[in-house]
Design a protein around this ligand. Sequence first.
Ligand code: NDP
Ligand code: 1BO
Ligand code: 1BO
Length: 359
Amino acid sequence: MASAKAMAQDEHHFVLKSGHAIPAVGLGTWRAGSDTAHSVQTAITEVYSAYLPYLAIYMRRSVQHTNQVAMASKPILSVFANNLIVNHLQAGYRHVDTAAQYGIEQEVGKGLKAAMEAGINRKDLFVTSKIWCTNLAPERVRPALKNTLKDLQLDYIDLYLIHWPFRLKDGAHQPPEAGEVLEFDMEGVWREMERLVTDGLVKDIGVCNFSVTKLNRLLQSANIPPAMEMHPGWKNNKIFEACKKHGIHVTAYSPLGSSEKNLAHDPVVEKIANKLNKTPGQVLIKWALQRGTSVIPKSTKDERIKENMQVFGWEIPEEDFQVLCGIKDEKRVLTGEELFVNKTHGPYKSASEVWDNED
Ligand code: NDP
Ligand code: 1BO
Ligand code: 1BO
């Protein structure tokens, strides 16, 4: 499969079926811990804030100059201001991926608030959250979203996703005990999610962790941007191709292989990174972007948060892209086994069944 540059609106965005733009790189927040507010704020405002002191010094100096000098320096100031804006748009994250189940939405909310207080407009941010399995009943959809909005301190989110296509009983164990995985009214839940869009509480809705079988069932409805695990160690080609066929944009989650199968130390990735003078993380993120997916790498380290955004203005050459596509021993990291499989009572007795035996 060749790189899919044509699917991008520009280097920094993809376009959803609704016509809304989704920033190509977002910050993942699963297992981001107690410092999430800091990570979110850093990701969004770091470069912006880094330039502010220089701008302040420059402006103070301009004012101290004579009128003539100040006049002469005006164009320079505006060049500087333009650079500031360009850098601000290029280097700051504008997309944050979270979920009720991550237990950190209040922290994410604090980070977003701090970023907005630092001057970022809400309309320039793209915030994704997900409805958890215990709330996958039509009457629970709106209250779940309202909780998320309260925790995030927002009055709308940009994308609301079904986290996994299985309903769990409140307090379900891991692995689930008999009777804890319930029937899921997919169409009923989806209808309620559509109402959230109509009411302006959510801009777009979508799904995660769907098999092709489940996607086809839902495809009677429109506009579905799914988020799926995707990296060279699990390309997830079947669902990717099915989505492409229907013009559905995909966000690649766990793009680095998550912590369990981190591909940053894969020799093939390392070799290509050395050749391109990039880091393995950047190569993995760029691979996802060139494949035509948006991407949400998670890091809690300021340096890596920045590193993971330096993926614009260069390309992985086609031959190296193909080498990455050819990495062997593909395997899911997130099988859903511990959440949904009860080997004796079912209804899912194996991870394979969770994925409709498509793997
Ligand atoms: P990632 O593939 O983003 O990998 C994260 C791991 O890689 C962490 O251990 C992180 O450590 C490390 N890391 C980050 N940057 C680099 C780098 N440049 N070089 C080397 N290692 C690096 O895994 P996730 O599973 O977290 O997936 C990303 C996001 O996707 C999640 O956080 C979540 O928001 C979303 N997601 C959605 C799912 C869904 O069902 N919809 C399922 C799973 C994830 P450190 O923090 O120490 O830098
Ligand atoms: C249990 C949640 C997996 C990451 O989204
Ligand atoms: C922690 C939940 C991941 C599902 O495999």
